[in-house]
Design a protein around this ligand. Structure first.
Ligand SMILES: [Zn+2]
Length: 270
C-alpha cells in the first residue's frame, strides 16, 4: 500500500467513501472525489495555497493551450521513463491541467496520484481525473510510505527534497519544471525598468543524479489583456512588483512573448 496515515504513519486503505488506518483515523472522500490528508498543524493559513480566483483564472488560461508544448514534453518523458503500472505523483498539481494531459495522451497506463495544498485546485483536479487518487496535502509532509513511488513531477511549485528522497523508489525519477532563461522576457521588459534574463535553476536533490536537462522554448501571442494578466499573476514576479508597474501591462490587448521552460529529470541512486 502506498498511502500512509498522516497521523500515525500506518497504511491507509480505502473503505467505501473514506480512507482508514488500523488506528481508526478516518478521512472522508469529498463529493468531488478527493480526500483531505492535510493535518491542521501542516497548514499556514485557513485556506492555504493559491486563491480560488487565481485557480479559476489559471484553469481558463491553461485550457487555451498556451502551455501545451510543455504538457506534450511531459508526455514524451513519461513514455520514455516508465512502464505500465508505474506509480506516479503530481506533486503540486494546481488545477490538474498537466495530469489530465498525461492521462489522456501518455502511451503508458500509470497509477496516478495528485496532491496540492489548495483544496480548490485538488477538487478541480479530481473532477477532471477520475482515475487519479487526489488529495489535499503538503509537499513537505507527503502521506506516502517510504520508497513507494516510481516517479513524480513538480511543475512550477515548491518542492520538498527530503520528502522526495524518502518516497521515491531507488532508480525512480523526479521531473522538475522551472522557468527557463527567456521565460516571459517581453512581459518583464514592459513591467521592469531594467530587465534581466532568469537564472536557470534546477532542484537541489541530494541522493538523486541529474540525467536530463532541456528547454521547451517557443513564442506565443497572448490574445487578450485577461490572458496577459492571468499569466503575469501566475508568476512570482507579480507579487514582488510594485503594483503601478504591474499596471503597465493594462494598455496591451495582445502581446507576443517567449515562453521558456527548463525541464530537469533526476534519477534516485540505487
Ligand atoms: Zn492513523
Amino acid at each position: 500500500m502506498l498511502l500512509r496515515c498522516p497521523k500515525c504513519q500506518q497504511p491507509l486503505l480505502q473503505e467505501n467513501h473514506r480512507y482508514l488506518c488500523q488506528n481508526n483515523h478516518s478521512y472522508d472522500i469529498a463529493r468531488e472525489g478527493y480526500v483531505n490528508l492535510l493535518l491542521v498543524n501542516q497548514k499556514h493559513s485557513r485556506n492555504p495555497g493559491d486563491s480560488d480566483d487565481s485557480l479559476t483564472a489559471r484553469k481558463a488560461f491553461l485550457e487555451k493551450g498556451y502551455y501545451q508544448p510543455l504538457a506534450d514534453d511531459l508526455v514524451s518523458i513519461v513514455n520514455r521513463l516508465f512502464d505500465d503500472g508505474a506509480s506516479f505523483l503530481d506533486a503540486g498539481c494546481g488545477t490538474g491541467y498537466y495530469l489530465e494531459h498525461l492521462i489522456n495522451n501518455a502511451d503508458r497506463q500509470l497509477e496516478y496520484y495528485a496532491v496540492d495544498i489548495a483544496k480548490k485546485g485538488v477538487a478541480m483536479t479530481a473532477k477532471k481525473n477520475k482515475n487519479a487518487t487526489c488529495f489535499v496535502g503538503s509537499v513537505f509532509h507527503l502521506p506516502f510510505s517510504d520508497e513507494s513511488l516510481d516517479g513524480l513531477m513538480s511543475v512550477f511549485t515548491p518542492y520538498g527534497a527530503e520528502e522526495f528522497y524518502r518516497i521515491i523508489k531507488k532508480g525512480g525519477y523526479v521531473i522538475a519544471v522551472t522557468p527557463g532563461r527567456d521565460h516571459l522576457y517581453q512581459l518583464k521588459s514592459i513591467v521592469y525598468d531594467e530587465v534581466y534574463f532568469n537564472e536557470e535553476e534546477g532542484y537541489d536533490l541530494p541522493g538523486f543524479r541529474l540525467i536530463d536537462r532541456h528547454n521547451v522554448t517557443y513564442e506565443k501571442t497572448l490574445e487578450c489583456y485577461q490572458d496577459i494578466e492571468t499569466l503575469w499573476r501566475m508568476t512570482p514576479y507579480y507579487h514582488t512588483t510594485y503594483s503601478g508597474n504591474n499596471d503597465r501591462l493594462k494598455k496591451y490587448e495582445s502581446l507576443d512573448t517567449v515562453i521558456d521552460f527548463l525541464v530537469t529529470v533526476y534519477r534516485k541512486e540505487d
